[in-house]
Design a protein around this ligand. Structure first.
Ligand code: NAP
Length: 165
């Protein structure tokens, strides 16, 4: 059966980005993102796709959602709605990888949420993850990481599963 999962890095205020990019560079989280999503379909908004310095992301089916009928990019499957994007996915596990608009629309479909909670706050943040109703989610794992010379902030890898509806 198909599982729709989301993966996101989020600060203490629920922020996910600023000025079209991520909040910070956290190599350990980049590695985690790669490990979790590798081999699967990834669904993203056009703005998130265009924020990647190197694109499409290798080893994964990249599906980009846009309202622009003429938009295309080599190696990318284009979709014009979230429903079309999910239908186009070729893997049993489909990852929603952002940004804010796409998380907001897809959250009701998501059954597993991979959260990286960064223990910091950015006043300059301008995009946010939708508010979570924790009655709907069960925490199934949490892994704490301290900061180090490459990762300037403490963070937790948290997995939430949606409770039976
Ligand atoms: N912290 C994290 O884990 C994380 C992850 C991903 C992204 N981000 C950050 O999030 C920010 C980008 O998020 P965003 O909300 O501005 O943009 P986004 O969700 O990445 O993309 C928005 C675009 O998606 C298309 N779109 C949205 N809904 C659609 C629909 N129903 N049907 C067809 N197309 C649709 C539109 O593209 P067109 O304009 O082409 O029509 C829209 O402009 C960046 O700062 C990025 O770095 C953070």
């Amino acid at each position: 059966m198909r599982s729709i999962q989301a993966i996101v890095a989020i600060d203490e205020n629920g922020a996910i980005g600023r000025q079209g990019g991520l909040l910070c560079h956290l190599p350990a989280d980049m590695r985690h993102f790669k490990e979790v999503t590798m081999g699967h379909s990834i669904v993203m908004g056009r703005k998130t796709f265009e924020s990647f310095p190197r694109r499409p992301l290798p080893g994964r089916q990249n599906i980009v959602i846009t309202r622009n009928a003429g938009w295309q990019y080599p190696g990318v499957k284009v979709a014009h709605s979230l429903e079309d994007a999910v239908a186009a996915a070729q893997t049993d596990v489909v990852f929603i990888i952002g940004g804010a608009q796409i998380y907001e629309q897809s959250l009701p479909l998501v059954d597993v949420l991979h959260l990286t909670r960064i223990h910091a706050r950015w006043a300059s943040a301008d995009v946010f993850f939708p508010a979570l109703n924790m009655d709907e989610w069960q925490e199934v794992s949490r892994e704490h990481h301290t900061s180090d010379h490459r990762n300037a902030y403490e963070f937790d890898f948290i997995t939430l599963k949606r409770r039976a509806r």
